[in-house]
Design a protein around this ligand. Structure first.
Ligand code: PLP
Length: 326
């Protein structure tokens, strides 16, 4: 794949052409945005990361004194970001996204399914709310959910995860339902410089070629692993939304979770999700009391199912776990 890394393109006869200066746009980004717009049924814009996309969205459409209703249990970093922005007059309230959002808010922020609690939002109730609705559909992917068809105004993805798919691309995307919203967001992106570089966009284009077979296979494996984990004596609870390759399960406590993390042979003990290689971690190290101390988040990759199960089963042989359920 050839990558045009130019930061400038010569004018022709004194006139700027389609590409002018990289911060305004570049060929790999424009092509990836075309494909992402088709996948979600809207107008896509890429950003330097999922968090960069969230920052741009909030700073473009909200003002000091405005309130976001944020889904409880959504990606930890999203709440941390919004609380950082409280210094600039943003307000945040959390709510249970399986029901209707609270009144008197200016933006509703949902996550489908939430990471790492795996709840699904009530999209119909949110669409009936007067405020604009954002759905972070990172874990669902457009293969399983197209939130704009359910009344959302914006879809956000950390493209670092399933869309890129290979753990080598940090990117975010916002897909707007309305062209005029995308125009305004693009204007802010150009001014703020929260832009995606050509190389990650090229990796994203490669990832998009295999998105559908990857996530379908990951979902199949995750469905079977969730079922087997449900029946495992060391596992107290399993959370899985039935779509995508992300699930979480609880072992007794922090020591048991550490045992599982450090006993893995095939699955990588690391953060992040959505890649072709399976990854597991105890989320309490980042999220503290917000999650049970024994909560393990598993992102199921493309390894053979039986190899994944064998690895989990041997790691779940936890010595001294007297509190195991069965
Ligand atoms: N949204 C969700 C659901 C995530 O899981 C993450 C990262 O883990 C983000 C957004 C932030 O994305 P990024 O790490 O690309 O900034």
């Amino acid at each position: 794949m050839t990558v045009d890394r130019s930061t400038l393109w010569p004018y022709k006869d004194g006139e700027p052409g389609e590409f002018i200066y990289q911060r305004y746009g570049h060929p790999a980004g424009v092509e990836a945005e075309r494909q992402l717009g088709e996948l979600d049924g809207g107008h896509a814009l890429l950003f330097s990361s999922g968090s960069g996309a969230a920052t741009a969205l909030v700073l473009t459409f909200l003002s000091s004194g405005d309130t976001i209703a944020l889904a409880e249990g959504a990606y930890f970093g999203t709440g941390v970001l919004f609380r950082e922005l409280e210094r600039w007059g943003l307000r945040v309230v959390e709510f249970d996204q399986t029901g209707a959002p609270p009144g008197g808010v200016d933006l509703v922020w949902l996550e489908a399914p939430s990471n790492p609690f795996l709840t699904m939002p009530d999209l119909e109730a949110a669409a009936a709310h007067p405020a604009r609705v954002v759905v972070d559909a990172t874990a669902a992917t457009p293969i399983y959910l197209r939130p704009i068809e359910h009344g959302a105004d914006f879809v956000l993805h950390s493209a670092t995860k399933y869309l890129g798919g290979h753990d080598d691309t940090l990117l975010g995307v916002v897909v707007s339902k309305r062209a005029e919203d995308a125009e305004r967001l693009k204007e802010f992106r150009t001014r703020s410089g929260i832009v995606a570089a050509p190389d990650p966009c090229t990796f994203l284009l490669r990832g998009l070629e295999t998105l559908e077979p990857r996530v379908r296979r990951q979902t199949e494996s995750a469905t079977e692993l969730a079922k087997r984990l449900e029946g495992h004596p060391a596992v107290h609870r399993v959370r899985f939304a039935g779509i995508g390759g992300l699930l979480s399960f609880d072992v007794t406590g922090a020591d048991e979770a550490r045992h599982v993390e450090t006993s893995l042979r095939l699955i990588t003990n690391a953060t992040s999700l959505g890649g072709v290689s399976s990854v597991l971690e105890a989320r309490a190290r980042w999220e503290g009391d917000r999650v049970p101390p024994g909560l393990l988040r598993l992102s199921v990759g493309l390894e053979p199912l039986e190899e994944l199960w064998a690895d989990l089963a041997q790691a779940l042989e936890i010595p001294g776990d007297f509190h195991a359920r069965k």
